[in-house]
Design a protein around this ligand. Structure first.
Ligand code: GUN
Length: 294
């Protein structure tokens, strides 16, 4: 059984981004720059936003931090996005989700300029992915592909079963894997799926992205399958200083012995998401800078 270490893959991505960033700065005289907007003070969101800032700082990317109060109006948020859309020194714009309930997340996402939508959430980017055209793709599914490629795990003609139909992970993951060239046979399962175990047992590659701690048990996997665990769940643990620990959607301890390969939590897919965000920001900067100098 092989452990698919996201950390190792992320390090390779950062190495290559570091050199791309140096070349970019040399050529244009300014760094690729990401603007991150956080509304409110949800602790998990604050920690994700902090991680993104750290990644920017350590690569030498530019970083703009907008921490807005939880009662920020829709108009004020859209106004900020419009300003960043027009600012040629900003290449990527990310609005941390979830937003407080009084804000219209769909409208917020649609307001971000498609060329700066490094999250890949804009409907135009989502549509381009579905029809196999270039555009930004959601970072977590990109991270999963990067792990599979790094470890030489082909999806061609394999049955990939995805647990979860979210817009951020499940749906873009399925779109990527069914593309010509990836050639997987994809099944998406969700909360209304019947006979779930019969389906997951057929998976050559099982991708769990449902946000339920330790949901996937050994009874649900085929011997010799590859398991990718996208879940990051906090569960209470009095023995830890912070009072909780992180577990995936997969019961790693009992599932791992039956797998050909599996990602751990933490240290698996989670660390890839920010690495791919930086990669998307690099790409946005290159495309926008080339356009400006044309
Ligand atoms: N909230 C949880 N994951 C994400 C993500 O990838 N991007 C944004 N913007 N918000 C999130």
């Amino acid at each position: 059984m092989q452990i698919l270490t996201g950390k190792e893959v992320a390090e390779k991505v950062y190495e290559s981004l570091q050199s791309d960033c140096n070349v970019f700065v040399e050529k244009y005289g300014f760094p690729p720059t990401l603007a991150v907007i956080l509304v409110g003070s949800d602790p998990a969101s604050q920690s994700y936003v902090q991680g993104k800032k750290q990644a920017c700082l350590s690569l030498g990317f530019g970083h703009r931090d907008y921490h807005l109060p939880s009662d920020t109006s829709q108009e004020a948020l859209l106004e900020l996005i419009h300003t960043l859309n027009e600012d040629s020194s900003v290449h990527g714009i990310l609005v941390q989700m979830p937003l407080p309930a009084h804000l219209d997340a769909d409208l917020v996402i649609q307001t971000i300029r498609v060329e700066k939508d490094v999250d890949g959430f804009h409907p135009q980017n989502v549509g381009n992915l579905l029809i196999g055209k270039p555009g930004f793709v959601s970072c977590t599914p990109l991270g999963v592909l990067q792990i599979l490629d790094y470890y030489g795990i082909s999806c061609s003609s394999k049955h990939v079963v995805i647990l979860g139909r979210s817009n951020i992970v499940g749906k873009p993951m399925a779109s990527l894997l069914m593309q010509k060239g990836r050639d997987a046979t994809v099944t998406i399962c969700h909360s209304k799926t019947e006979k779930l175990q019969q389906i997951t047992k057929q998976a050559d590659i099982l991708i769990a992205a449902i946000g339920r701690p330790l949901y996937v048990t050994e009874a649900m996997v085929k011997e010799g399958c590859v398991v990718i665990d996208v879940g990051i769940n906090r569960i209470e643990d009095a023995s830890r200083k912070r009072g909780y620990r992180l577990v995936g959607d997969v019961d790693f301890e009992h599932v791992a012995p039956h797998c050909k390969a599996i990602t751990p939590v933490p240290g698996g897919v989670g660390v890839m998401t920010i690495a791919m965000l930086m990669k998307n920001t690099m790409q946005a900067a290159l495309q926008l800078a080339q356009k400006e100098t044309q």
